[in-house]
Design a protein around this ligand. Structure first.
Ligand SMILES: [Zn+2]
Length: 221
């Protein structure tokens, strides 16, 4: 990887599409830096001040942090990690959540002279996303998360400790429906934006994890 042209990979998809898993695999193999909005916000929410407390409250309610607040935290982190990004490239997870954020991100990347940007959409249908989010389970004993995908659907007890598998309490259908509606309304225009610039790669996220990863790798290399 050339130092002058770090790869910037923006990974987008409905809740439950498996972005986090795929991002981890890419980092393991290619050594990208990782910029995840969820992690950044959770960390900021731990700070004992006005915005810290408010971020925690808003996140716990399942609502979104407004763009100016989110973007400030995001841009500060980019500034801190820019030297590492120049060496390794970057995976962006969790942004953009709207067309406006996609435009702001473009301006930020231009500032750092990162020209090799591309967006990967992990496509899963709304129904598939809903099933994955409402049917995924967690081990009552060790906390292992069992996704609702492939062979995991057949699993009866935890394959690591033999514990009982239960549905996660926070995956309530109303909140999930709201998140999926929001994706359609706000995130899809951001996807169109990348498509128009010929920077978009669509990957079928319904396939098994390793097949999805194979397709992503082809897009990244
Ligand atoms: Zn377990």
């Amino acid at each position: 990887m050339s130092n002058k042209k770090p790869k910037i990979i923006i990974i987008i998809g409905r809740s439950g599409c498996g972005k986090g898993t795929q991002a981890k695999l890419l980092i393991k193999e290619f050594g990208f830096e990782y910029l995840g909005s969820g992690d950044l916000l959770r960390k900021r929410g731990e700070k004992d001040d006005f915005s810290g407390e408010k971020i925690k409250k808003v996140m716990d309610s399942g609502k979104r942090i407004p763009t100016p607040i989110m973007f400030r935290i995001w841009a500060e982190r980019i500034e801190e990690m820019k030297d590492e990004v120049n060496k390794k490239g970057l995976i962006v997870d969790g942004n953009p959540r709207s067309l406006r954020e996609a435009e702001l991100m473009k301006d930020a990347f231009e500032w750092y002279e990162w020209k090799d940007t591309r967006a990967i959409v992990l496509d899963i249908s709304e129904q598939e996303a809903f099933d994955r989010l409402t049917k995924r389970r967690i081990c009552k004993a060790c906390g292992r998360l069992i996704p609702w995908v492939g062979n995991f659907k057949e699993m009866k007890i935890c394959d690591e400790c033999g514990g009982e598998l239960i549905t996660r309490a926070d995956d309530n259908p109303e909140a999930i429906k709201a998140r999926l509606a929001y994706y359609k309304k706000d995130v899809e225009p951001a996807i169109d934006y990348y498509e128009k610039q010929d920077k978009l790669i669509r990957v079928d996220g319904d396939k098994p994890i390793e097949d999805v990863y194979y397709d992503i790798k082809k897009a990244v290399e």
